[in-house]
Design a protein around this ligand. Sequence first.
Ligand code: SF4
Length: 462
Amino acid sequence: MSIIKDIDIQLIKKYDRPGPRYTSYPPAPAFSSSFTADDYLRSLKDNNTPEVDAEMSLYYHIPFCDTLCYFCGCNMLITHSRERISEYLQYLRREMELSAPYFKRNRRVGQLHWGGGTPSYLSPDEIRSLAASIKEHFSFSPDIEAGVEIDPRGLTFEHMQAFREYGFNRVSMGVQDFNPKVQEAVNRIQPEEITRDAVDWSRKLGFKSVNLDMIYGLPYQTLASFEDSLRKVVAISPERIAVFNFAHVPWLKSHQKLIDKNTLPPPEMKLEILKMTIELLTSSGYIYIGMDHFARPDDELAVAQKEKTLYRNFQGYSTHSGADLYAFGNSAISQFNHVYSQNYKSLKDYYDAIESRRFPVVLGYKMTEDDIIRQHVIMRLMCDMELNKRDVERKAGINFDEYFAAALPKLDEFIQDNLLKLTNDKIIITDMGRLVVRNIAMVFDAYLERMMKEKPIFSRTV
Ligand code: SF4
């Protein structure tokens, strides 16, 4: 993997269409309410028999934020009520207590993630208290990878100390853009110094990996202004950088109506920004992992990609493939035993279920044999940027070319455009093909056609 340059914008534009991000396969719109709390309980029991040995990954959703960022696409709630936050933390504990008796004792937790919302909106005492409750129920591996999403605004050194005390060692923070005019237009005023302070504190306290999130396509951004922001990020030298494409979807996220669409950069400029971003970051020593993610070569994300142990889950790229993901909190999605299970999004429904001692499951999905085969194909393409057809045949007991006879001709266009190479045994995505990896994965998606007909739910692929 090398420096990527001379990106052909017209070629990339050709592939720009709505498509899943493949944080799961099947994608979340395939989940159904016919999957119930009883199904979850059955799967939970099946996944905790004496012979199950898979590592666990835990996710906790903290939905609260102090102020509304107009671009936000997360599942969050703005509140200034500390009582409301404290009430939620009680329910989060009770949700853990509901499932804890079913977990096999001493099952190793190799990964922990707090997302949101803003987990750092909790007070240092609340952080300590929630982390202590989690530790009461689960056994952490000594080399646990524990990450938290923080907001540098309102963050103190004491918050970071509290996270570190309880074993957090990865941190991810939103920057989006350093330009004050852009920050004002999206209602997220975050002076450069406070981002630098948050990174300095992380390093001082021994956090192993720092990720900075950027967004392009925001109001008033230009190629030059975003390049300036990106150079400032590179100067901070985080281990990872994520650069997301802003999707302005006010019909799905009504608060995005607060953004004046006339201030948004046009699609052509966004493509120029994407080209500049990939060229700048790869020539600054970052590996282009795929989609929105870049990592330094020694960061575990890049190492995992090299060792083919990278995975995708609801937090994006993850290093612990094979771990069973158990998620807690409103809207959180668990994934284990070929099952997906999502909690209620509304706090009222989530609380009501827990009050009646039911798992707060609203939707879910039990995968079929075909889903399992396609999930493997899509995940390996998205993570390894190649697929060994013989591995799939060995795992699934199929003849790859026969099984995917209808899909394979759709790869021809990518081959002609030098985005893909086929050998007898492998499908290999080229460096330029990384930009359209979602499109390549879409060829193997059995749900796509039906979902695309239903409603515009997916973001654009480029
Ligand atoms: S802090 Fe994050 S989750 Fe909260 S509103 Fe802003 S972007 Fe959304």
